[in-house]
Design a protein around this ligand. Sequence first.
Ligand SMILES: Cc1cc2nc3c(=O)[nH]c(=O)nc-3n(C[C@H](O)[C@H](O)[C@H](O)COP(=O)(O)OP(=O)(O)OC[C@H]3O[C@@H](n4cnc5c(N)ncnc54)[C@H](O)[C@@H]3O)c2cc1C
Length: 622
Amino acid sequence: MEIHDQVKATGDKLKALELAESSRESEWKFPSFAAELFKGKLRWDLIMPYPEQSAEEKKIGDDLLAKVEKVLKAHINPDLVDRTGELPTEAFKAMADLGLFAMKIPKSYGGLGLSQVNYSRVCHLVASYCASTSVWLSAHQSIGVPQPLLLFGTEEQKKKYFPMFVKGAISAFALTEPEVGSDPAKMKTRAVPSADGQHFIINGEKLWCTNGPAADVMVVMALTPPKIVHGRERQQVTAFIVEKTMPGVETVHRCRFMGLNGIQNGLLRFKDVKVPRENIIWGEGKGLKLALTTLNTGRLTMPAAVLGASKWCLKAVRQWAASREQWGSVIGKHEAVAAKISTMTATVFAMDAVAWQACAMADAHKTDIRLEAAMAKLCCTEASWRIVDGSIQIRGGRGYETAASLRARGEKGLPFERIMRDMRINTIIEGTSQIMRLFIAREAMDMHFSNLMPMMSSKTSLLQKLGAALKAFCFYALWYPRQYFYRVSMPAGVSIPAALKKHMKFASHSGHQLARELFHAMMMYQQKLEHRQLLMSRLVNIGTDLFAMASACSSAVSKVQKNPADKSAVELADLFCRQASSRIRKQFHGLHSNNDRFTYDLAQKALDGRYAWLEAGIIDPE
Ligand SMILES: Cc1cc2nc3c(=O)[nH]c(=O)nc-3n(C[C@H](O)[C@H](O)[C@H](O)COP(=O)(O)OP(=O)(O)OC[C@H]3O[C@@H](n4cnc5c(N)ncnc54)[C@H](O)[C@@H]3O)c2cc1C
């Protein structure tokens, strides 16, 4: 790399980090189960008793789900949607008539005023039937205009837009650009104030905007004039409500994908689009913070949706494994298949526990859910991909065959092939798994950052450094020994089945070990820790599995309390925890014994073309 390239790369990285830091929610107004876990405290009180819907809430959800199911079956044929790439017009009308484009909009504006749990229950049901339809609904109201307006909109904005969604108007969220994927610091779309300051003129392009080509209104992220912070220019990203009818908004191209064929997703162009100042949501420069905060709850739809699809796979594959005979018995009796079925079942149980726990936490507003939502998104999307992959393996050749082809030769048209194509995107959108891990790692380290960074920063004076060192010394003199000498944390006054007790104790011990390892990593690598992504991933994976174990135990305890004769949930939690504990032990081991450096160096050599000889004898990629 030439010297000026290196300088540019460092500058770009600094810009990206500064923007990310200035956009994160720095305060923790409420306690967080996961944040406490990374500090070594397993707070069962934040996760138990397992949240249940009130009878009234449940009825609201049940009644709506029954209607949604009817609408889906009457108007949507998922395989046809997949083939034609279109959702029928009547389906939109029927969904709008049910209020499905205003699910979380308060009743005072004409919406259904659903809780996060009931909203996610709808997405869970829809996703178990047709992923494209589920994406239409969730892109609109998990990340589109309704959610940011709910959180940060002015009364005028709510009065103007909410009634439109009640009638079935559709929205979209436009952040990504050809050069902006995970790194918004590279944003090119600009919004320049007009001479009278009453408008902003937006110019730029937005890529992969889901619902975009059909949306009546969308949230568009754009750079507005920079601010000077500590003598340096800082980028400002602002969120605008842009209406489709505003002159200069154009769909350049409808993007087509491996799956989700029924969605409308496009490359949009904004050419001198004049947007009134009052269409800014929250405030100038608050766009990225708005996106991150919106996603804290917006992201919760994804675990519920992939859970719905995973349950569909589980049910279909269980029936298949119990009926398909090969080599003298049904295939589910062969140990290799049986192991897949049991892992899938236990995993779906844990996904269910995590997804509804996180949604209920969002409704309760008593805990900070930024980490739990990210963990739920990360672990449920990754688990669902393993489930669809395992299901296809168990279906054998039929897993790979299209539903239409199966049906044409007289078999049940189980659409695993389509489901696999539809599901692949989930570890990429709304934060890739890699970015989720970085996000979780940053939040997990927050306590240490606040304690240690003032000592390491070049911006603090010697006196400030000494003050910070004294404060940190006092804190860690108490905190650190507690990570070695502690009482195992178990929920107070709750009868725990013996099969789960050992897992809950393991989780408590592991919480302390996790806190120690995180602290050691901070001390050892300091600012260079950000480059040790594999090390941080292991810590995040441990934290995420501990959250899933705790949720699974909480859910099983609650189920067995309600019906002591039925131990099925305990069995599932037991298996999930056994498997999660082995993963956790492996991850802890990997912190100290790994090939990370060697692997990284080899990748760099591969990128430099050192092993290009290995690629001989093929037709080159274009
Ligand atoms: C079907 C579909 C729907 C979408 N809907 C929307 C939408 O409605 N609105 C919208 O704004 N966007 C949308 N997107 C965009 C989506 O959010 C992005 O694809 C996603 O953010 C990742 O960006 P990218 O694809 O450019 O990947 P890149 O950011 O280029 O990343 C490529 C790979 O590098 C990894 N990577 C990147 N940076 C790092 C890092 N620092 N450390 C480790 N790994 C890293 C990523 O995890 C990924 O594996 C959609 C995309 C698709 C395909």
